[in-house]
Design a protein around this ligand. Sequence first.
Ligand SMILES: C[S@@+](CC[C@H](N)C(=O)[O-])C[C@H]1O[C@@H](n2cnc3c(N)ncnc32)[C@H](O)[C@@H]1O
Length: 251
Amino acid sequence: MKVYFIGAGPGDPELLTIKGKKIIEKADIIIYAGSLVNHKITDWAKDGTEIYNSAYLNLEEIKEIMQKGINEDKIVARIHTGDPSIYGAIQEQMDWLDEKTIDYELVPGVSSLFASAAVLKRELTLPGITQTVILTRKEGRTSVPDEESLTKLAKHQTTMAIFLSISMIEQVVEELIQGGYQNKTPVAVVYKVSWPEEKIIYGDLSNIASRVKECNIDKTALIMVGDFINGKYENSRLYDKNFSHGYRHKV
Ligand SMILES: C[S@@+](CC[C@H](N)C(=O)[O-])C[C@H]1O[C@@H](n2cnc3c(N)ncnc32)[C@H](O)[C@@H]1O
């Protein structure tokens, strides 16, 4: 029938979209990324749904399950953490479905980035501070193009959200400072956002690494960097009474 890629959000099942939930309820096959997706979302499955945790599967096995489901005219829900378009490894699955002329659709999810901004109660694009957010990672077992090293990206002094890198926090800090961030640049590490174990560690580039180590955090955390965390910003023009736009005129 069809494969649906669904963004499960950062962990709290209530952060999964209504559209995604409705598909999970009618799916005949569910393949979910069990290392990060909350297994509670599988409670929404109807009786008899086949449920697979893709943490134990390789790409070929995932394709086989999808293909078999489609041959049997079934609905397949492929559930990824956060939003599937960010470090989701979905392109290779979609390209294969295209080759096979199997119909598919994507349902976006709440990225851990946006859930983190919510718990920090901060706007990522503050006027007078930065209008840009860089989503990136440090190279590890998977490489990152040279032009996108943290040192090079740091030159832009934007808001930065660094994924998949918490186990290398010391090197992250070193590269950001080498790239031009001041020691006093604020950093917030958000661990397991929206899960009961959620933890926020505040600091700056001079002390965040030791604070993270003290808390024994080495996975499932986002490193948020920049003056958006506590810098002095300007009010937005959007609701400025002296600023007119298509929907509102100057008073
Ligand atoms: C493979 S990436 C997936 C990102 C996901 N697609 C998203 O939009 O959030 C996994 C990384 O995302 C971040 N992450 C995912 N879930 C998280 C959560 N609940 N709290 C904090 N960081 C999370 C961590 O940096 C983790 O190493």
